[in-house]
Design a protein around this ligand. Structure first.
Ligand code: AMP
Length: 424
């Protein structure tokens, strides 16, 4: 399959092929081969595909073609609206669209808007209008309230990572936005997972849609090796440093349960001589952008992130993802490991598992219908009988707490009651 055979019009195809070649995309991925012809024919599309499968190109190219060929092209009127859950994804999608549109005969104005930064520069940028807006829902509504833009001309709506949009509580904002865009439009709906809330949203939004399912690992050719290493919670940082050195991991994205843990683990890694930074929602937007830039440019070897980073970060050739703390849900597990093995590359996802988190990992395996073999690393074998009762890990392997829990106190009391064993 080649990009030339997907149904692009001869007027736009050369510009697309040139932009794709510059990016090094020689052939379409599975989601692109399946979705592009359907979108070009004007169908509503529900794509079940993870980030990393190439879905941005799958919706961006047909959208660009439609806008480039619209007979009544009225520059500055928003025709394509792409809603995304996070700022990082907004920036990434915006950049991808600009680079794909670079050689089109007609200039496309692409605006990227998201919260967490001052609204004024975004209002100024919108004064000249925009053909395509990539937005997080809250900021989009703020801009509409400031009369900075109107959605009355939108002809294509893309919901990117729809499951995450709902997870992050954007349901109400989404309803308000949907009420402002014309009912007559094309809907493109991408989600890695389809829990009932997402199915319900798809059912209300879409009519006679084409459903495309791409199993990221199998069909995009990406190859993610999943490992689970048994280790006591208190030795995870040491084990991480050991693995980085013994297995020669060049860049690692480490997931932890809390912002606090991200700070602490990154700090410990730095003390061990590894260039590491935390990445979480409490950092300023400037800092987050800088961390991602440094990670991309290999200034940083490790980023220690909360689940905010599980979506949207696109760093080509991310070889290793580590679940330092296990994710809360199976959905988060899927998204986290989706950060590696991107678009046909191979990757590795390593989960640290302790006596206390073993059952949680089993549950994730059961829900994922897969089994990850357990392994131990010499010198880091878990202590027999589980971890010590103080400094216990949270259920997801979270950071240590100094205060013993109620269970810990009961265990200690039980131990005190035990009859001493006679000496041999
Ligand atoms: P996504 O986040 O699903 O859009 O996936 C994006 C990742 O896939 C990025 O790393 C892109 O550079 C890469 N990608 C997208 N399309 C292709 C393609 N046809 N060939 C190779 N890589 C691609």
């Amino acid at each position: 399959m080649s990009f030339s055979s997907l149904g692009f019009s001869p007027a736009q195809l050369p510009a697309f092929l040139r932009a794709l070649a510059e990016k090094g995309y020689l052939a379409p991925t599975a989601i692109q081969s399946a979705a592009i012809p359907a979108i070009l024919q004007g169908c509503d599309v529900v794509g079940s595909a993870q980030t990393g499968s190439g879905k941005t190109v799958a919706f961006a190219l047909p959208l660009l073609q439609q806008l480039a060929e619209a007979p009544l092209h009225s520059p500055g009127r928003v025709r394509g609206l792409i809603l995304v859950p996070t700022r990082e994804l907004a920036m990434q999608v915006g950049e991808a669209i600009v680079s794909l549109a670079r050689y089109l005969p007609r200039r496309m104005r692409v605006a990227v808007v998201f919260g967490g930064v001052s609204i004024n520069p975004q209002m100024m940028a919108l004064r000249g209008g925009a053909d395509i807006i990539v937005a997080t829902p809250g900021r989009l509504l703020d801009l509409i309230n400031h009369n900075a833009l109107s959605l009355a001309s939108v002809s294509t709506l893309v919901l990117d990572e729809a499951d995450r949009l709902l997870d992050l509580g954007f349901g109400e904002e989404l309803d308000r936005i949907l009420r402002q865009i014309p009912a007559q439009r094309q809907n493109l709906f991408f989600s890695a997972t389809f829990p009932p809330a997402i199915e319900a949203l798809a059912a209300t939004l879409l009519h006679q849609s084409v459903r495309i399912e791409v199993r990221a690992t199998a069909q995009t050719g990406s190859d993610i090796r999943q490992r689970a290493i048994e280790v006591d919670a208190g030795r995870r940082t040491q084990l991480l440093c050991h693995l980085v050195r013994s297995e020669g991991w060049s860049r690692v994205l480490v997931f932890v349960a809390t912002r606090h843990a991200a700070e602490i683990v990154a700090d410990k890694l730095r003390k061990a001589g590894i260039a590491a930074e935390p990445f979480h929602s409490e950092l300023s937007q400037g800092k987050r952008t800088q961390v991602l830039l440094d990670f991309r440019q290999k200034v940083l070897q490790m980023v220690v992130a909360t689940d905010v980073a599980a979506r949207g970060i696109d760093i080509a050739k991310m070889p290793v993802v580590v679940n330092y703390d296990l994710p809360r849900s199976t959905v988060d597990y899927t998204h986290r490991i989706g950060r590696t093995g991107r678009a046909g590359e191979s990757g590795m996802a390593v989960s640290f598992v302790s006596a206390r988190t073993a059952a949680h990992l089993r549950l994730i395996e059961k829900r994922q219908r897969m089994g990850v073999p357990r392994e131990q690393v010499a010198g880091f074998e878990p202590a027999r009988g589980g971890e010590s009762s103080t400094g216990a890990a949270a259920p997801t392997g979270g950071i240590k707490s100094k205060r013993p829990s109620r269970k810990d106190k009961l265990r200690e009391a039980a131990a005190r009651l035990q009859v001493p064993q006679p000496k041999e």
